[in-house]
Design a binder for this molecule. Structure first.
Ligand SMILES: C[S@@+](CC[C@H](N)C(=O)[O-])C[C@H]1O[C@@H](n2cnc3c(N)ncnc32)[C@H](O)[C@@H]1O
Length: 266
């Protein structure tokens, strides 16, 4: 057994590095396909969406379903480890895609897109006003007028107001190669806080070797009204809110697992 030490800040980079290969096992098996189907339906409703940029693509697993449906997807992510897995995933689907390391605060691509995705609470990792401004500037510059921005945020309204529990299990997972992962989240609940420190104790068991690590990263608390106001200021008009990346997932403030904002670049 090894204790791998702790990490603070840097958008959980060491945490992602430690099990990028097993990252998909953290979610239920249908999550990627459900999310791709949801996005496809959204894009068809909006019309004229073909070129998509995912600014925090992780292992690119949701995007594989979009590529299968005929979209052209470019992926960027801060984590080199996640990008390595993303490239492997693209190759295993016998597809090609422009996937590379990149920071959503400072992207400069020679193309404008019909839609931008920032999924899996990645936008919450931007904590300072300057980081938020820089990322919104990136999104605005890289979207054509009328293009869609989809932000999939943690629903802090449900977490903080009604959930007094200090520690909860995120789950107990088994990867296809038998690796077992258990993640425990420690949440300090305070109604008035604007930054949440996401603390995880993670156990990764491969054979009889167990790695234990403790990580923490600050996440910005976005409430619906506040994010709507901030997006308007940055040149995005809210068009719909969802409670998750799945069909018929109406946003319910105190219940939904996520706060998904769909806005149009003005
Ligand atoms: C919870 S994962 C979500 C990955 C993917 N979007 C998904 O939903 O499966 C958050 C991702 O955001 C990435 N990330 C954090 N800060 C970033 C930044 N400034 N620019 C690009 N990616 C970032 C992390 O490296 C990580 O892969």
């Amino acid at each position: 057994m090894r204790f791998l030490g702790s990490e603070a800040g840097t958008a959980h980079q060491a945490w992602y590095r430690s099990f990028a290969k097993d990252y998909s096992s953290l979610y239920d098996a249908h999550r990627d396909e459900t999310a791709a189907a949801f996005l496809d339906r959204l894009f068809r409703r909006t019309g004229r969406i073909h070129n998509v940029l995912d600014v925090a693509c992780g292992t690119f697993s949701i995007n594989l379903g979009l590529i299968e449906r005929g979209y052209h997807v470019v992926g960027r992510d801060l984590s080199e480890a996640m990008i390595r897995v993303a490239r492997r995933n693209v190759r295993s689907q016998v597809a090609t895609a422009d996937v590379a390391r990149g920071d959503m605060r400072a992207l400069d691509l020679p193309q404008r897109f019909d839609a931008i995705l920032c999924l899996g609470t990645a936008f919450n990792y931007l904590v300072t006003p300057s980081d938020v401004n820089r990322a919104l500037g990136t999104f605005h510059r890289h979207l054509r007028p009328g293009g869609l921005l989809v932000l999939d945020l943690a629903n802090f309204d449900a977490w903080i107001d009604d959930n007094p529990i200090n520690a909860r299990s995120e789950g107990d997972y088994r990867a296809p190669d038998g690796t077992r992962i258990a993640v425990f989240a420690f949440n300090e609940q305070r109604r008035r806080k604007t930054v949440h420190i996401a603390r995880f104790l993670t156990l990764v068991q491969r054979g009889n070797r167990i790695d234990i690590r403790f990580d923490e990263a600050p996440m910005r608390v976005w409430r619906k009204d506040e994010v709507a106001r901030r997006l308007r200021l940055a040149g995005f008009r809210p068009v719909e809110w969802r409670g998750d990346l799945r069909a018929r997932s109406e946003y319910v403030r105190r219940k939904s697992p996520r706060l998904v904002s769909v806005t149009v670049r003005t």
